[in-house]
Every structure is written in structure tokens, then in C-alpha cells.
Write a protein that binds this ligand. Sequence first.
Ligand SMILES: Cc1ncc(COP(=O)(O)O)c(C=O)c1O
Length: 440
Amino acid sequence: MKKFSLTKKIKSVLARDRKVIITTTRSDVPFVASHGDGDFVYDISGNKFIDFSSFIGVYNLGVNSIKPAREAAKKQIDLLMHAAFTDYCAELPVEFAENLLPMFPKGFGKVFFSNSGTEANEAAIKYSKLFTKRPYTFSFYNSFHGRTMGSLSLTTSKLAHREHFGPFNSTLHAPYAYCYRCPFGKEYPSCGIACLDYIRKYPLSKEASGKEISAIFLEPVAGEGGYIVPPKEFVKGIRELASDNGILLVSDEVQAGYMRTGRFLALDNFGVDADIYTMAKSLGGGLPIGVTVLKTKLCDVPEGAHSNTYGGNLVAVAAANALLKYVKYNMASLREQSDSKAKYMMSRLNEMKDRHDIIGDVRGLGMMIGVDFVKDRATKEPAVKARDEIIKESFNNGLLMLPAGESVIRLIPPITISQDSLEEGLDILEAAIEKVGKKR
Ligand SMILES: Cc1ncc(COP(=O)(O)O)c(C=O)c1O
């Protein structure tokens, strides 16, 4: 990959951006997108990058999605873009829902369409309150469920997301099973899953009883919070806790779902089912769409209780439907690709860990992999600056990546990435780790 060249053109767009765009979560790297296809993306000055970000988990099937999805969206633009689907009706969103529902466990009967992950979770919050008539929701520290006020009440991955925005919806929180940095100072598996015990002993005994909680929101793998893979027993225990108390379990599949872990639903890796699923990001392959998928027995929603304007937008649905057909047709191959590429990545990254003590932990499920950087392996103090420098150095050599949590780099290339690009990307990453590690 050629070295990145910071041109006048790039500097000028970034300066204009700073003048007119309200600060969001912009990364530190001077990337100004132009076009992309498959494994690669190009900026406005022709700099080429291998994509290890899937553009925040949206391009699980390759940069700028796949051709049939693009073709379907183009065709739909000329027919009709918006059909006010939530007020009138159109066949395409109905067909898409019919195609989508068999991807969920038996007994899942209806879909609500929205435009993003946070909206999908807002709908799940409202439906769970509606069905249980209970006031509280429950989520985990390090979780990310979105930034609108309802889902923000669940989100606890960073204080910056919440500061100045409270008070929030009544939500209880407890530690996620973050074994590498166990909040109870224990080791898995001898801990006996102390984080599960804690929930029964403290929030559910001292803050609100299980009978007052409408839903537990769970990311099967914590994304934004640091690419944390919980032990199976934790997820099974949460399922049991929910069932014991008549609480609905919501699986937030916005980042971990849609084949990212090698399965359509990330929760399937743990051998349990949820009561409500939310999904967005890769579902539209680049167009905004979110879904909240409900068990049939929960589907009796009174008219007007929840709706929106753009849900079921025909262009987004056309792309999502074509993409889903592709996924279904290629399911075996996608699973095989994810399994073998994940194995290759984990083995390369663990070799890097052996060579570079700045790497504290390598963890992942399928192709949702995080590398946690530390100042010292014994204290596990997060190496935030070094992590940021590694991202920048890699960017300068043609590899696009994103951070997660305090000191993690998330490695989420498209599942369809070629072996050559995967190898080259990992080579670039290791060279950056070497360079930054030596400077310390
Ligand atoms: C697990 C999870 N849930 C919800 C969201 C919010 O999605 P959106 O940014 O589309 O609102 C995200 C976004 O990163 C996410 O990772």
C-alpha cells in the first residue's frame, strides 16, 4: 500500500468541515472519503486504503455493499423512493419482513422498521414497557445502545456520551462480563461468574425487584465498549435471570449481528434466544435502516403507540432485501469465510501479542476482534495514546481502523475481504505496533 499523502485538497475540506459541521465523534485521521469497492476505499486525493473498519460495522459484505444491493436501490429510486409506509402500505417492506423473519428463532412474527440502531432500541424500550407495564429497564456498564434519550439511558460505555444529558429513563446497570479487566478482581472461570451473582444480590435486591424491570438490553459482544466477549455462562445466566422474573431479553445485534460473528444473530453463538432483537448497520449495506423484531406473542401493539415517517423507506428496503437474499444464498460460504478468516486473524494477532508486550489482550468472536493495548501487562493500565498512534501510523500506510473502549482497536474487515488484503492489513498493523512500541 502506498504511503498516505496529505494534500491541500484534503486539508481544505477538513477546514470547511470544522466550520459548518457540529462536532460528532470524528476520528483523528484525516480521511475524506471519495469512493470504494470490496476491500478498498479511496479518499478525494486518490489515497487508497484497506478497510478494517467496515465503516463502523456497516459494510460487513464489502465496502459500498454488493452489486445486487446497489442495483436494487438504483432501480427503486426511479420507481418511488418513499411510500409513507407507516401510514399507507407498499409491498416491498412486507416482502422484506417476510424474508427477514425466518432468520430469527421460531415464534418471531413481526418487524418494526426505523432508520438506525438507536431508533431500533427506542422501539424496543417502548414495546417492552408496553407489554410488561413495568417502569425500569436494565443494561450493562460498557454497553452502547445509541445516543437518543431512551437508548442513552442504557448506554454507559463512556461518560462523555451521558454528561449533561440526564436525568435519564429509569435504568439499572451492572458490570458486563469483562474478564480481562474483571471489576471484581477475579479470574474466569474460577470466579463462578461473580458478575451474575452481583446482579441478583445488588441491583435486583436493593434498587428494584425483578418484577419491576421490563427488559434487559444485552449486546452479545460489547462493541463500542471495547470488543468484549462474555463467557457463555454469563449470557445463559442473563437469559435465566430474565425468564425467572418475567423480564424481556433484548439482544442488541446492531453491531455484532448480520454475520459479523459468523452467525446472522450474534446471540446464537451462546445457545439462547432473546424476546426482542434489534438490528441496523449492515442490514442496509450502506443505506439507513433499523429493525426491531418481536416474538409473535408480543406483537399486539395499539395503533399510534409507536411509529415514524421514514420507516420502511423503499430505497433502503430494496437494498436491504437484495442484500439479505445474497446472505441467504451464500450463508454457508459466508460462515466458512468468517470462521477461517477469524482463525487466521486470531492466530496472527496472538503471534503479535507474543512479540509485542504493548498488546495486553486479543479477543474476539468470529470477525469481531479487538486488540487491547496496555502500558504494562501486569497492571493492564490502558495505553490510550499508543493505541491512537498505532491507528494513525497504520492509516499513514494505507489501513483504515477504528478504536473502541479505552485502549482497544477493533478489527472488523468485511467478511468478504480477500486473503491478500487481510494479510497486507495485518502486516501494516504489526509494523505500526512495532514502531509505536519501540518509541515507548
Ligand atoms: C450495539 C449498538 N447499538 C446501537 C447503536 C446505535 O446505532 P446508530 O448509530 O445507528 O444509532 C450502535 C452504534 O454503534 C451499536 O454499536
